[in-house]
Design a protein around this ligand. Structure first.
Ligand SMILES: C[S@@+](CC[C@H](N)C(=O)[O-])C[C@H]1O[C@@H](n2cnc3c(N)ncnc32)[C@H](O)[C@@H]1O
Length: 260
């Protein structure tokens, strides 16, 4: 079977988390989310320069982990009960904020993130094509996308089916490539009940940030005096005439009073 045809959001029809049952699930995710959060930090090499968007953050374990590394982090979830718990257990910090929203419509401006991840959540997305288009939109060039899902056996049912088979992980990777991500890799990690698949990709640098060969040829064919008088880069003597990667857009200018 073509891996791109395998459904990866087989729990898209989940009714959502609410009420007392939602609170109970939030408590479970608080306890169970640590391993994935640690893995996400390592795979995405999160540092203090990063701006992380967590799609389907639940009670926010991975958001807080990213903030502890010094990154700015935004948790997004459609379930208000999850966000209530996330806020309640997080100390106030201007590095963390929370928004109600979905993968398919992220409340994040274009190009604002350097890392977008979704942990144990893609299998719930309503529309994977839209979710990946949104992840691509909010990432700055060079930004990383990451999904982690528990390893599930073929034909698993009930709770055990809340994860991916290898084929589903490969299918999601294929959809990441179709959505425009480069260097997409799939790997398995761990063993037994803790085993997970992760899929990681990179948003390519746009064409406008690369040297255009035709421009380089034109410049080198010109006399040095003309280049010196017309090129600010050449005349300053300190920068290459080829455009450098621009500064990433200033991100998450809005601070929030959410606790860390
Ligand atoms: C199993 S929980 C994982 C929570 C958290 N990422 C963790 O690892 O602890 C799945 C989360 O995905 C959220 N979710 C469901 N549908 C979603 C969608 N379409 N977009 C974003 N998040 C969604 C749920 O509300 C829930 O908080």
């Amino acid at each position: 079977m073509n891996t791109s045809q395998v459904t990866v959001n087989h729990h898209a029809d989940h009714p959502g988390f609410a009420g007392a049952a939602g609170l109970l699930c939030a408590a479970v995710f608080l306890a169970m989310g640590r391993a994935n959060a640690r893995l996400a930090l390592d795979i995405a090499s999160v540092s203090a320069t990063d701006r992380v968007v967590d799609i389907g953050c639940g009670p926010g374990v991975a958001v807080r982990a990213a903030a502890r590394r010094g990154a700015r982090a935004t948790g997004i979830d459609p379930a208000s009960v999850m966000l209530r718990v996330a806020r309640a257990v997080t100390r106030t910090s201007d590095r963390v904020d929370w928004f109600e929203g979905t993968a398919e419509s992220l409340p994040v401006p274009t190009g604002e993130a350097t890392v977008v991840w979704s942990l144990a959540t893609v299998h719930h997305w309503k529309d994977v094509t839209k979710g990946l288009a949104e992840a691509h939109r909010v990432l700055a060039p060079g930004g990383r996308v990451l999904a982690i899902e528990r390893q599930a056996a073929d034909g698993a049912t009930g709770l055990a089916s809340h994860g991916w088979t290898r084929q589903q992980a490969e299918s999601f990777a294929a959809q990441c490539r179709t959505a425009g991500f480069d260097d997409v890799r799939v790997e398995g990690r761990g063993a037994g009940r803790g085993a997970v698949w992760w899929v990681h990709g990179v948003k390519p640098w746009g064409k406008s940030y690369r040297a255009e060969p035709s421009i380089v040829v034109l410049m080198t064919a010109m006399p040095a005096s003309i280049i010196a008088s017309t090129s600010p880069a050449a005349s300053s003597g300190s920068r290459s005439a080829v455009q450098e990667k621009p500064e990433l857009p200033s991100l998450f200018a809005t601070t929030c009073a959410a606790p860390l």
